[in-house]
Design a protein around this ligand. Sequence first.
Ligand SMILES: [Zn+2]
Length: 252
Amino acid sequence: MWEKEETQHYVFHYHKHSLAEKDITSIMDLQERCFDYICRILRVKMNKKINYFLCESPEEVGKLYGDDEPFNGIVKYPDTVYAVYNEDVKCVGFHEDVHLIAYNTLGNPPQALLREGLAMFFDKVWWGIPNEAWVQVFLKTKLYKTISSLKDNREFFRYSETLTYPISGAFVAYLIPVFGTEKFKNFYKIVDDDFDKIFYLTFGHNLNDVEDNFLGYIQTVHYNETLQNLVLEYLKRAGFFQIKAIQEKQGS
Ligand SMILES: [Zn+2]
């Protein structure tokens, strides 16, 4: 049985005696603030409420979603979020709500690069470190994957989210201020499988040229060295350089 609490834009569902129940007031405030900011930035209005299920474990999320795959957070279109909220994982904030608000007001582009990019543009950080700081380190360590390759979903899903999410988030965070929110929204709405063609038609520049400029921009930001070392440390711990060393040995 679920307990229920309603706000202007959400219906929150949580278990009795759970941590979510204890924190429900602050969760309600947080999500309403995220919702308001997302709609203001995208200049959209979502008319239906979001159903937010606060679960105790990734396994419970998978069970509710229906495929039994454990997840920390996942959306079921058009209006439902299943998210873990326990001592270790608190899957609240912008990310899943961006997916639902974008889906209901702009539609869903075929490219995961754009869907995750928009959500990560609002998240701003991966493991608490700015998306751009990750991309800068990816460039230095040759872990960077190009936008031209990641626009293909098969490529996007081949790599760890630790690579693909900050890259796509930083790219969207470059497109929006450079070309304007309206142009970006238009692109998001109309893009089909021919990414390059719609990109050129919308922004008036080739994807490759824009990606070059994006990478030039990424390298202009001077991040604190401690932050860069932290990214390297996280990547090391996640086994990235080991993988790279093995690939180099095999000559691939
Ligand atoms: Zn996502």
